[in-house]
Design a protein around this ligand. Structure first.
Ligand SMILES: Nc1ncnc2c1ncn2[C@@H]1O[C@H](COP(=O)(O)OP(=O)(O)OP(=O)(O)O)[C@@H](O)[C@H]1O
Ligand SMILES: [Mg+2]
Length: 241
């Protein structure tokens, strides 16, 4: 007889009543959500809902913000971006940020270490064998899928333990998207904590322990993985799919 051992969840990120502004424009209107250690949590929502802004606000990259962002037990809302990054937060932005004039490997080595315990280049190449093959290729010569993998791979080198991944499946062929799904599972198995912003809920749903639907800069609803089958209709209504 097998017995499941239930671990008490440990909160890694708790965002409470987060408001954020770009200049005069009030974009986040009280975001509330939790990501436990080792979880993959997805923020879903329509265009302009405020998901990218949520990630940028966590990192301190928006203008004025208020509320609380508890990271590993510490409120970071008043810290500057470099201090927040050094607490082990890695950001993979929607635009990927691959330098076209640098090689694949130079791009991989570009980001500074933020914490100890990052993956070695060898470990990264074991996880992304195609990047190893392409290591001397120029950034511009990489396919969209390779660029996306490179953008993810290089934050693993920095020692980040919380990964903020923005629309990684966007515009990629189904076979590449499937590969990204395997990588997310692998990262979870390695103990990383992941916040996955997605438009594509078919990609996010099987990976996420919990999903939050974001609308007009706040969480409209929270869906636990086990409730997904009964809440598919609701989710479709929110996302308009
Ligand atoms: N730099 C900025 N200055 C002013 N307003 C912005 C800026 N960036 C985003 N916004 C506005 O903030 C709102 C939320 O945008 P955000 O990029 O967070 O949405 P999103 O959920 O990531 O959607 P998507 O990525 O599909 O566009 C939008 O109305 C957008 O126009
Ligand atoms: Mg976005």
């Amino acid at each position: 007889m097998s017995r499941r051992i239930e671990h008490t969840p440990v909160e890694y990120l708790r965002v409470t009543d987060l408001h954020a502004f770009y200049g005069e424009s009030h974009v986040l209107h009280g975001m509330d959500f939790v990501v436990n250690q080792g979880e993959c949590v997805s923020l879903l929502g329509r265009n302009g809902a405020g998901r990218t802004t949520t990630m940028r606000a966590i990192l301190g990259l928006t203008g004025r913000r208020s509320g609380s962002i508890m990271l590993d037990g510490k409120d970071v809302i008043r810290l500057p971006p470099h201090r927040i990054a050094r607490l082990g937060v890695g950001y993979c932005p929607e635009e990927r940020g691959i330098y076209s004039s640098l090689s694949c490997e130079e791009n991989l080595l570009l980001l500074p270490k933020v914490a100890s315990g990052g993956m070695s280049v060898e470990e990264i190449y074991a996880m992304f064998p195609n990047l190893k093959e392409r290591r001397h290729s120029q950034g511009t010569r990489l396919s969209g899928g390779e660029q996306q993998m490179l953008a993810m791979a290089r934050i693993l080198r920095t020692g980040a333990r919380l990964l903020l991944l923005d629309e990684i499946s966007e515009g990629l062929a189904p076979v590449i998207v499937e590969k990204l799904g395997e990588i997310i599972r692998d990262l979870k198995a390695k103990g990383y904590t992941i916040l996955l912003v997605e438009q594509n809920f078919r990609f996010a749903a099987p990976l996420a322990d919990r999903m939050y639907v974001v609308e007009h800069g706040r969480v409209a609803t929270e869906i636990e993985r086990r409730d997904l089958p009964s809440k598919m209709g609701l989710l479709r209504d929110y996302l308009g799919v």
